[in-house]
Design a protein around this ligand. Structure first.
Ligand code: NAD
Length: 478
């Protein structure tokens, strides 16, 4: 069985205290690797290596950093099949998704930020006849990068790439359920010529473990987390004593608003993707579907029919649309939400159970629930699984009030052929990312992030550099 080690100062090492934990493939229930469990000393060693490396990496030019990053992208592409297979074994997601989305996007993250950093500008303001102000951009220091399990390499590289491009060094704490591709990234970075200590990895758990030790370490200057809202709250507390800079991408309970004039074929196909892609384990998945009453019955009938046609099963089978959920614990959690939704009056139109043909593994059929209202737990809490609700609405005001009636504010989609209405609703939806007649279209230059309890700050393009660098203003008197 493979042993997954920490990566500290350019070397793969075991935990100082020798502790390990098991990594399980959720599609087969098999133990696939033994992972080193980081403790306080491992975290300290990694942070020290990152701090030392910062003194040289932080002084390299953007062009020098871009060269290494493009090499990293090349190597990810060369190892695409291997990385996709490992990602699928860790997560249970369809191999086709790992191969066509997760891994290519991870490579692209490096290429994108390598290009972007070379063209970055700063500000310059003249106080006419008096003085000139110009801003200098400088790396911010040692970053803690804490990533989730749902799109492991894609989301991790979305942090690592701008971090390295900005001239920062980092300590990564991958999600404990998906440690493998992060470790392969370390191999790739070494081969690409990234200097020792610039990128370090400590595996382990969150609270009272490697994650917490990292976020409270005094030599960590900034923390970028993608994870649950409760995790963001815990990290904010532990970061407070040394006032670290924070960037949080957190949970969502995203509304899809479908007006009666929407293109029904388009909306059905996209809603199937936005509801059940990656088993619904995408922060941007729409899980609350609001449909204008004249279209409601047709929409429900057609969506149920399409959901029932999805193939749930072996992630390695090319025809599989929905793979396994990330773990048995998570499967039970999602089933608990479904059960309580029914207890609160919800009616399951399809799904709600494990597929009969799958013996082993953490599978759940795509699940559609109706007859719920705004106070139901299933409408308020993030499930992070293949479970959606559909509710009818009569007016624009009514649907906006319902859509905004949540502590989350990550994303939302609006379906209508009336562009005036689309812009009006987009302006009033309380979410950081809005799609009109589409979903998951991502231009990496645009701001990405959530409002309310879905996050702090924005990632993407210049916004990533606003986090990963410091600006200092220089004022020169004429
Ligand atoms: P999680 O919060 O449980 O874990 C995320 C990471 O944080 C893991 O590496 C974990 O070990 C670490 N962690 C947990 N508690 C910690 C603590 N107290 N201190 C330091 N580190 C800690 O999230 P998850 O279950 O891995 O991922 C699913 C969640 O992530 C969902 O809520 C989802 O919406 C969210 N997510 C958000 C986005 C986004 O862009 N907004 C993207 C993907 C996932």
């Amino acid at each position: 069985m493979e042993k997954i080690q920490h990566f500290i100062n350019g070397e793969f090492v075991a935990s100082v205290d020798g502790k390990t934990f098991e990594n399980i493939n959720p599609a087969t229930d098999e133990v696939i690797s033994e992972v080193c469990e980081g403790g306080r000393q491992d975290v300290h060693n990694a942070v020290t290596a990152a701090k030392t490396a910062f003194s040289t990496w932080g002084k390299t030019t953007p062009a020098e950093r871009a060269k290494v990053m493009n090499r990293i992208a090349d190597l990810i592409e060369e190892r695409q099949e291997e990385l996709a297979l490992l990602e699928t074994k860790d997560t249970g997601k369809p191999f086709s998704l790992s191969r066509h989305l997760d891994i290519p996007r991870a490579a692209y993250n490096f290429r994108f930020f390598a290009d972007f950093v070379k063209g970055l500008s700063t500000e310059c303001f003249e106080m006419e006849g008096v003085a000139l102000n110009y801003a200098l951009r400088r790396p911010a220091g040692v970053a803690a990068l804490i990533s989730p399990w749902n799109l492991p390499l894609l989301l991790l590289t979305w942090k690592v790439a701008p971090c390295l491009a900005a001239g920062d060094t980092c300590v990564i704490k991958p999600a404990e359920l998906t440690p493998t591709t992060a470790t392969k990234l370390a191999e790739i970075c070494k081969e690409a010529g990234l200097p020792d200590g610039v990128l370090n990895i400590v595996h382990g758990f969150g609270p009272d473990s490697a994650g917490a030790y990292l976020t409270e370490h005094p030599d960590v200057d900034l923390i970028s987390l993608t994870g649950e809202t409760t995790t963001g709250k815990a990290i904010m507390q532990s970061a407070a004593s040394t006032l670290k800079k924070l960037s949080f991408e957190l949970g969502g309970k995203n509304p899809n608003i479908v007006f009666a004039d929407a293109d029904i074929d388009d909306v059905i196909e996209t809603t199937i993707r936005s509801s059940f892609s990656n088993q619904g384990e995408v922060c941007l998945c729409g899980s609350r579907i609001y449909v204008e009453r004249p279209l409601y019955d047709t929409f429900v009938e057609r969506l149920v029919e399409r959901a029932q046609a999805l193939q749930v099963g072996d992630p390695m089978d090319e025809s599989t649309n929905v793979g396994a959920l990330i773990s048995r614990e998570h499967l039970h959690r999602v089933e608990g939400f479904v059960q309580r939704a029914v207890e609160q009056g919800g009616r399951i139109l399809t799904g709600g159970k494990r597929p009969a043909h799958m013996g082993k593994g953490c599978y759940l059929e795509p699940t559609i629930i109706v007859d719920v209202n705004e106070s139901c737990e299933i409408v308020q809490q993030e499930v992070f699984g293949p479970v959606i609700t559909i509710q009818p609405f009569d007016t624009e005001e009514e649907v906006l009030a319902a859509a905004n009636n949540t502590r989350y504010g990550l994303s939302g989609t609006i379906w209508t052929t009336d562009l005036k209405k689309a812009h009006r609703v987009a302006g009033q939806l309380e979410a950081g990312i809005i799609w009109i007649n589409s979903w998951f279209l991502r231009d990496l230059r645009t701001p990405f992030g959530g409002m309310k309890e879905s996050g702090i700050g924005r990632e993407g393009g210049v916004h990533s550099f606003e986090f990963f660098s410091e600006l200092k203003n220089v004022c020169v008197k004429f």
